[in-house]
Design a protein around this ligand. Structure first.
Ligand SMILES: Cc1cc2nc3c(=O)[nH]c(=O)nc-3n(C[C@H](O)[C@H](O)[C@H](O)COP(=O)(O)OP(=O)(O)OC[C@H]3O[C@@H](n4cnc5c(N)ncnc54)[C@H](O)[C@@H]3O)c2cc1C
Ligand SMILES: Cc1cc2nc3c(=O)[nH]c(=O)nc-3n(C[C@H](O)[C@H](O)[C@H](O)COP(=O)(O)O)c2cc1C
Length: 783
């Protein structure tokens, strides 16, 4: 077998090593355009898990790599004169040059031919090769040559960064967030060998411009960094090696394989440097390719297996990198945060690290985070314990004169079980049992303001006395039996009206018994859905009056709070999104025009709703569709409602058009809540695939939302909040007296279970290489 590898970086060299081990008879050649020791960059970083992989696949190179490694366990966050350190991270660094020299040596030893100063322009010279590995890096010539086939998508990010080095020793992965006269600068720094550390400097484009870096050469820009971070460098210089300032390109390729050619490493996909995964991804690609070549009967089958098997893992890493890079791009959102909350945000930015996980590793740090959170709550006039505070989920919140005893919320969920809009026994038991389960706030399902405002024949309404009496019974139950508050969500289905019950076909038009529907514009939801009538002024006035009348009935029922549903493609959302609003009058066009009618309704409700009671609005913060609402629009929408007097923005997403492309995942809508809360400076509630109390606390403690709603988890577990309270030993949680023996038992058991769980977790956790190294070098105690 003949294998040609274009590019002698980590991907090219490691694939040469693994393939040669597998097929000693194969003729494998690596072509590298640079000289053997002519490499750029400073250090590379691997996690312990990645090193475990290297150990398994090629022990000799693993041993040589790890002999030269610098190890550290801590992440240190420097911000506004403070430093917060968190241990237990298990990272290692080595020099990129050292890594490549080790890989070159190992490849040669195995019989791989390495040809340097060979700049390959045309792969035609490898016509006789069975496999051509394209590992030519981020600016891959061959990916671009076959651009129509590989279909790379290059997202050039806005922040500027430069890779530099220093002699400053470091004992932790160090983030420094530095305020300057021009704006914030960030340093990501770590040691990779004795007396050498990598320094990646990053800043936003405006700060970059203001700091005048555009006009500086490499040496001058290094000097500027040395001035900015001089207080930390303690006289150590900043070093350069082709350290040009650039924008990071996030690259994703639709295809990785063409005939017998396969893309590896940066050529195929990149991951932002803030999660330190570029070299790791490149080498793990080589592992995946070697695995596939081992298993599959032919090269073609192996390449197919490589692409299919590897894609998910790469996309997951890229997603984590995306989330992380967005955090760094918007660091100014958090600049006014308490430093410990800021540090918590840095630690938890990419989802893998959470509140519970940090409690295990750095209990003092989490205690400090809790205390800072409690101090903020106390500043709002609550008499909460600041020394030994409850977890954020169990801290109270006040909206106008409504006080919530905790921040766990039952999200609005249609039960499709009403008759003529009247909630029945099912609803009483449904809302009642969630109320008894300890949540601080319960939302009603979308309750419709008129018969023809319903989504389905099973939706609840509030347009007549019978419905009012039925809701009153539910509200009274909540108030009589719990500390929870209950919020009425009012809505109008718009073009998604006259559709089937969820279990008969979500959003599908009714075949019989339907009614005429209205919307901002006459565009059906599905091509075969009913075409809605475009609302004229008379219809707008009628619907507004219906909303106001329903709100008045809501007040008569005793609801504590009112939410206006402006999300999910229903009537008011259909005005806001440009995908569903094509009006040419004052209610269409610009975002201002599209918001006009929803704001008119909101104003009508705000006037009718008692001024001491809060109001929220639910929005779709993105349509997940080209040309639709984006996170930046959501900030403007939130600001407009905040100016109109909204107390909380309930940040959901999507469901505007049937062919949207949501990116699901854990807590997938939380970044939008984060953006709205910290850019529009308005309280938010987040929701969406949040399933554990650990996630709830992570979100709250990091300042990404003020309340957290859970929908589906509450469907199967009405006692979600009470159980979470037991886990966090939040004694103050409300429990109905009838259930107190159960509360006492679960609190008792949880304390023991939590202790056992933590001990198990600590025992099961393998020692990090940093810990092992520290143990090995520890002087023996005198006997
Ligand atoms: C300037 C720079 C500095 C970096 N510094 C760091 C750092 O300090 N720490 C870190 O973790 N990551 C760093 N990275 C990122 C990291 O190196 C990559 O994520 C990782 O190296 C990807 O490995 P790769 O093998 O896919 O590509 P690369 O390491 O880029 O290797 C590709 C190789 O292909 C060669 N090549 C390209 N075209 C041809 C051709 N036509 N013919 C022959 N050879 C060709 C290149 O010379 C290069 O050696 C740096 C990247 C760059 C560009
Ligand atoms: C059965 C069901 C009914 C729903 N009905 C409503 C509703 O009436 N109003 C609303 O705003 N959202 C509604 N939603 C959306 C939820 O409030 C929530 O935003 C969504 O389920 C994501 O949260 P989760 O992952 O915690 O379930 C509904 C969701 C489900 C599962």
């Amino acid at each position: 077998m003949k294998i040609a590898i274009i590019g002698g970086g980590p991907a090219g060299l490691y694939s040469a090593i693994l393939l040669k081990k597998q097929r000693p008879d194969a003729e494998i050649t690596v072509y590298e355009r640079n000289r053997a020791d002519d490499t750029f960059g400073f250090g590379v970083v691997f996690s312990d898990a990645t090193l475990d992989n290297f150990e398994k696949y090629d022990p000799p190179s693993y041993r040589r790599i790890t002999q030269e490694f610098a190890y550290w366990d801590d992440i240190a966050v420097h911000f506004r004169g403070t430093v917060h350190r968190v241990g237990g991270n298990g990272f290692c660094g080595c020099s990129r040059r050292g890594l490549l020299l080790i890989l070159q040596e190992r490849a040669r030893e195995l019989g791989v031919t390495l040809i340097f100063e060979a700049d390959i322009e045309d792969e035609g010279r490898f016509a006789d090769a069975d496999l051509v590995v394209i590992a030519d890096g981020i600016n891959s010539r061959f990916r671009d040559k076959y651009i129509a086939h590989f279909q790379p998508e290059v997202d050039l990010r806005s922040n500027m960064f430069a890779w530099m080095g220093s002699t400053r020793p470091l004992d932790a992965f160090t983030f420094i967030f530095q305020e300057t006269e021009w704006g914030p600068f960030i340093a990501h720094a770590y040691q990779y060998e004795a007396g050498r550390s990598t320094w990646i400097f990053e800043t936003d484009p405006e700060t970059f411009k203001r700091a005048g870096i555009t006009g500086l050469n490499e040496k001058q820009s290094a000097e500027r960094m040395a001035e900015i971070f001089g207080w930390f460098l303690e006289g150590h210089p900043i070093l350069t090696n082709r350290s040009m300032w650039r924008n990071f390109p996030m690259i994703r390729s639709k295809r990785w394989v063409k005939d017998n050619m396969v893309l590896l490493g940066d050529a195929k996909a990149t991951a932002h440097f803030s999660i330190g995964s570029g070299t790791k991804l490149a080498m793990e690609d080589a592992i995946a390719l070697a695995d596939a070549m081992q298993r599959a009967p032919t090269v073609a089958a192996a390449l197919e297996q490589y692409e299919q098997g590897r894609r998910e893992e790469v996309e997951k890493t890229q997603h984590a990198a995306d989330v992380s890079l967005v955090w760094f791009e918007h660091v100014d959102r958090f600049w006014n945060f308490d430093p410990v909350q800021f540090a918590f945000g840095v630690m938890t930015r990419a989802k893998a690290i959470t509140y519970d996980n940090l409690t295990l590793r750095a209990p003092d740090f989490v205690r400090e985070v809790d205390q800072a959170f409690a101090r903020q709550v106390r500043a709002k006039g609550f008499d909460v314990d600041v020394e030994k505070p409850s977890a954020p989920m169990f801290q109270p919140l006040r909206l106008r004169e409504m006080t919530l005893v905790n921040r766990a919320v039952v999200s609005p969920m249609c039960m499709y079980s009403a008759r003529e809009g009247v909630p029945g026994d099912f609803h009483l038991v449904h809302y009642g049992s969630r109320t008894l389960g300890g949540a601080g706030l319960i939302f009603t399902e979308m309750t419709c303001v008129g018969r023809d405002a319903r989504i389905t024949p099973g939706c609840t309404g509030l347009w007549n006395d019978e419905q009012q009496a039925a809701w009153r019974r539910i509200v009274d139950f909540v108030h009589a039996n719990s500390a929870a508050k209950i919020c009425l969500q009012l809505g109008h289905a718009g073009r998604k009206g006259a559709t089937k019950l969820m279990w008969d076909g979500m959003d599908r038009p009714l075949e019989e018994g339907g009614w005429d529907i209205i919307s901002a514009s006459p565009i059906p939801y599905f091509p075969d859905s009913q075409v809605p009538r475009e609302m004229d002024r008379a219809a707008m006035d009628r619907v507004k009056a219906e909303f106001v009348a329903a709100a008045e009935r809501g007040e008569a029922c005793g609801f504590d709070m009112l939410e206006l549903h402006c999300a999910h493609g229903y009537l008011l959302a259909s005005f806001i999104s440009p995908l569903t609003n094509q009006r040419t009058d004052a209610y269409g066009g610009s975002l201002e025009g599209r918001l006009r009618y929803p704001l008119e309704i909101f104003d009508g409700l705000r006037s009718a709703w008692p001024s001491h009671k809060p109001m929220s609005v639910r929005i779709s913060a993105t349509d997940w569709a080209d040309g639709g609402i984006t996170g930046d629009d959501a900030v403007k929408i939130a600001r407009a409602f905040a100016e109109a007097g909204v107390d909380l923005v309930d940040v959901s997403t999507g469901q505007t058009v049937h062919d949207s492309q949501p990116v699901y995942g854990r807590m997938f809508q939380t970044p939008f809540s984060d953006q709205v809360r910290n850019e529009a400076r308005v309280a938010t509630m987040c929701v969406g695939n949040i399933t554990t109390s650990d996630q709830v606390n992570t979100i709250l403690a990091a300042g990404r939302a003020d309340l957290v709603a859970l929908g589906r988890p509450h469907l199967v577990d009405p006692g979600f909040a009470l159980k979470a309270a037991a886990w966090y030993a939040a004694e103050g949680v409300f429990c109905p007296p009838q259930y107190l023996p159960g509360k006492e038992q679960i609190f008792r058991n949880s304390e023991r279970e939590r202790q056992e769980f933590e001990e198990l977790k600590i025992k099961a956790k393998p020692k990090t290489r940093a810990e092992l190294k520290a143990e090995a070098t520890k002087p023996l105690a005198a006997e």
